[in-house]
Design a protein around this ligand. Structure first.
Ligand code: NAP
Length: 287
């Protein structure tokens, strides 16, 4: 069996087209969606992510404000800026690009963002709502994965779902979404004993590990749906290309559906950031 490809790029484009009338309607009502992106430090990957997010806003007609700080900025300066943005009526979403420099207390920064402007969905209040099964802002990457399931009518109820990775931004919220959708969910981590015994049971396998080609075909159940969240840059001697956490060439021969890297989950993540910003401007998550 050769798997069908879950094309995140095409779905992302389709969704972005569907956003246009919503952005136009909001703009006509004087509520043009607005996103503020804060970047502290000089991490090159973060700079690329922020640039892409700002460009995506621009092409969607969303107002965006990029605020950058050098690595040695006092955390209080950033906290004061967040407080100012919380009160700014032009801004419906505030995003602090992670990781932050070491001097910053990430939890304190994220807790300062008003929950009703937390378009990344990392605030404890929004994660709590998700855990209670009454989601408000959903973290963008798992939200994008759920949209892929929906678009391809992949039923989740009663399915065995296995997630490799328990990070706050991918693994944990992904688990909550799958639990809420009625799947039987296993979340694995670096201490999991006999990982392959878990992954081989999965009807739905989500890899969010951060290790190139970590998931090999002997770890996958024939016919499984395989979602590769990983984005890894191979070393120059290996071609320097981007690759996922899944050994795509081998696993596509055994899975029924698989996301490629690039062109799978990646384009969906920024798209769902736009979705969250628009939902915020529409007042969908205002208590
Ligand atoms: P992370 O915070 O580093 O978490 C990685 C997780 O993988 C951890 O829970 C870790 O376990 C687990 N792990 C590591 N080695 C393992 C092993 N041998 N067996 C089982 N589990 C293992 O990473 P993340 O932020 O979740 O990101 C994961 C990947 O997704 C990265 O490649 C990242 O670049 C990518 N990503 C992509 C998008 C996108 O838009 N496509 C968005 C976000 C992230 P422990 O907790 O025990 O250490």
């Amino acid at each position: 069996m050769t798997a069908a490809i879950l094309d995140g790029k095409a779905l992302a484009e389709e969704l972005r087209t569907s956003f246009r009338p919503r952005v136009e309607a909001l703009t006509a009502q004087g509520r043009r969606p607005g996103l503020a992106v804060i970047l502290a430090g000089d991490d090159p990957a973060s700079e690329v992510y922020v640039r892409n997010k700002v460009a995506a806003c621009e092409s969607a007609g969303i107002f965006s404000q990029k605020i950058t700080y050098p690595k040695d900025t006092a955390p209080e300066t950033v906290l004061a800026k967040i407080a100012e943005l919380n009160a700014d009526p032009r801004i419906h979403g505030i995003l602090v690009q992670l990781p932050l420099p070491d001097a910053f207390d990430e939890k304190a920064i994220l807790a300062t963002i008003a929950p009703e402007k937390d378009v990344d969905g990392f605030h404890a209040e929004n994660l709590g709502a998700l855990a209670q099964g009454i989601p408000r802002f959903i973290p963008c990457t798992p939200y994008g994965v759920m949209k892929m399931f929906e678009a391809h009518q992949i039923s989740l109820t009663g399915k065995e779902a296995v997630i490799i990775g328990r990070s706050n931004i991918v693994g944990k919220p992904m688990a909550l979404l799958l639990i809420n959708a009625g799947a039987t969910v296993t979340v694995c981590n670096s201490k999991t004993r006999d990982l392959a015994a878990h992954t081989r049971r999965a009807d739905i396998l989500v890899a969010a590990v951060g290790k190139p080609r970590f998931v090999t075909n002997d770890m996958v159940k024939p016919g499984a749906v395989v979602i590769d969240v990983g984005i890894n840059r191979l070393p120059p001697e290996a071609g320097g290309k981007l690759c996922g956490d899944v050994d795509f060439e081998a696993v596509k021969e055994i899975a029924s559906l698989i996301t490629p890297v690039p062109g799978g989950v990646g384009p969906m993540t920024i798209t769902m950031l736009l979705a969250n910003t628009i939902e915020s401007a529409e007042g969908k998550h205002t208590p």
